[in-house]
Design a protein around this ligand. Structure first.
Ligand SMILES: Cc1cc2nc3c(=O)[nH]c(=O)nc-3n(C[C@H](O)[C@H](O)[C@H](O)COP(=O)(O)OP(=O)(O)OC[C@H]3O[C@@H](n4cnc5c(N)ncnc54)[C@H](O)[C@@H]3O)c2cc1C
Length: 452
């Protein structure tokens, strides 16, 4: 349904050279997906696969022309993959049988099941899926934006499509001095990525025999190197062996690009700060929920993350709203891998609602993080809400393996573009059940129970 209730359409107004015309178009659909990133695209695909006449039933609101496979940013930063490998036109990845509204949602009105988009149009829904991801706050660190733009300043970040290509250039050009890698005091997407790029850089310099002159330090605002003890223990050993200094509770607060200086605060003693001179500075910017969520406190927690039930992913106040991906308040690690499992739950629960059945799907907080520890080496961390390892393969995944590196480099991207974005990948739970039959792992029974 599409109806123009204003006086003139924008194109007519333009041809009469009339501006500021009241325009108010209205559409409606069964499933409205906000965001065409990893989570939004996956959900749109699942529902268009389900409905025959999906064009009138599934609408996706997404302002961007380009879709990024962000996990590839780490390997681009390490010089393993070209930039071309991480992006695709949005029109190619969004399902053809969904309607794409190329705009931003500016207002949610959950009481009337409606959202308003940037041009003033409204869209009414039966079910709303919020998948707006995280917003990067480059401006929260004074000096960062200028430093990133200036090719002469060795400051870079794998976190943005516009900043990632500078990373490997700087790694190659660094000859001596101290390289600093940072993790901010905010939730981040893929909390392993800030240290993966440090391991790749260190390995590059080791292979080029430059490590005599370069010191590598990882500076994290967190009190731990990684949230899951099993993998944290393995990572500490790697850092000790490779002489990577790890500074916990150390937070980057300022950059002085003209002097190649950075200021860190000591979170154990907030009055204490330290200014250092860097040969290279890799910054993970502070992140948070998008502004549009923060301006709707009835939908969010205090920080602005969408409040959903951590098991069912249904909104705590509005039963026809679901959320998944980086924008929700669930305490899992914010990763694409988590979204694969979440997408099955959101799809299953909405489908049960539509069929008048009891919604039964639950999410256990599964996330995985392929911790690339060098060229050809990777620890595949897999865990749940309780931070218990939930490993899929019949080996100790806290060890570094070449096969895990190949999966990160080649298999996961294939899985993403060909299965996940087509709505056909729900995470590895089913495979875990069978593969664990060949091992003595503790999670065998648990995994089997969850997938039967
Ligand atoms: C460097 C890096 C390395 C990573 N490595 C891994 C990894 O190894 N493994 C892994 O599993 N995960 C990894 N991730 C994390 C993974 O990429 C994210 O968790 C995932 O992409 C989040 O998906 P999302 O759909 O929630 O958000 P996004 O993919 O960021 O999409 C959000 C979308 O919402 C849109 N949007 C925002 N506001 C609005 C609005 N108001 N109206 C409409 N649309 C809006 C945006 O334009 C965007 O397209 C990595 C991420 C990075 C950056």
């Amino acid at each position: 349904m599409y109806r123009i209730t204003g006086y003139l359409t924008p194109s007519l107004a333009k041809s009469f050279n009339i501006h500021n015309v009241a325009r108010e178009a209205h559409q409606s659909c069964k499933i409205l997906v906000i965001g065409g990133g990893t989570a939004g695209c996956t959900m749109a695909a699942k529902f268009t696969n389900k409905f025959k006449n999906a064009k009138d039933r599934v609408i996706v609101v997404e302002p961007s022309e380009t879709h990024y496979y962000q996990p590839m940013f780490t390997l681009i930063g390490g010089g393993v993959k070209p930039f071309e490998s991480c992006h695709e036109k949005m029109e190619k990845v969004l399902p053809k049988s969904a309607k794409w509204v190329k705009d931003k949602v500016t207002k949610f009105d959950p009481k009337s099941n409606t959202v308003i988009v940037g041009n003033g149009d409204s869209i009414e829904y039966e079910y709303l899926i919020v998948a707006t991801g995280l917003q990067l706050h480059w401006d929260k660190i004074p000096g960062l934006k200028e430093a990133l733009k200036d090719d002469k300043v060795p400051v870079c970040s794998i976190y943005g499509p516009d900043t990632v290509e500078k990373v490997f250039k700087i790694i190659k050009n660094t000859k001596s001095g101290t390289a600093y890698f940072t993790f901010p005091s905010s939730p981040v997407k893929c909390p392993g990525a800030p240290q993966k790029i440090a391991y790749l850089a260190e390995d590059y310099w080791r292979n080029k025999q430059k490590l005599r002159d370069i010191r590598v330090t990882y500076n994290t605002a967190l009190p731990v190197i990684f949230g899951v003890k099993k993998y944290a223990d393995a990572l500490w050993k790697i850092c000790e062996k490779r002489k990577i200094d790890v500074n916990l509770q150390t937070n980057l607060i300022k950059i002085i690009p003209s002097k190649n200086e950075a200021v860190f605060e000591n979170l154990k003693n907030p009055n204490e700060s330290r200014t250092v001179t860097f040969a290279m500075l890799h910054v993970t910017p502070p992140m948070g929920p998008p502004d549009v969520l923060k301006s709707h406190p009835e939908l969010t927690n205090e920080a602005g993350f969408l409040t959903v039930d951590p098991q069912t992913l249904r909104h705590v106040k509005y039963p026809n709203i679901f959320g998944l991906g980086d924008c929700t308040d669930t305490p899992n690690s914010k990763t694409m891998a988590a979204i694969a499992s979440q997408s099955k739950v959101v799809f299953g629960n909405i489908t049960s609602d539509l069929d008048g059945k009891q919604a039964k799907e639950t999410y256990d907080g599964y996330a995985s993080c392929p911790l690339v520890t060098g060229y050809g080496k990777c620890i595949l961390a897999e865990f749940n809400y309780k931070l218990e390892p939930t490993e899929t393969f019949p080996m100790n995944q806290a060890n570094e393996y070449f096969i895990m590196y190949l999966m990160k480099k080649d298999f996961f991207p294939y899985l993403y573009w060909n299965w996940m974005l087509k709505g056909r990948w729900n995470g590895p739970a089913v495979f875990r059940k069978y593969l664990n039959l060949f091992s003595n792992k503790n999670n065998v029974k648990e995994a089997a129970a969850k997938t039967t």
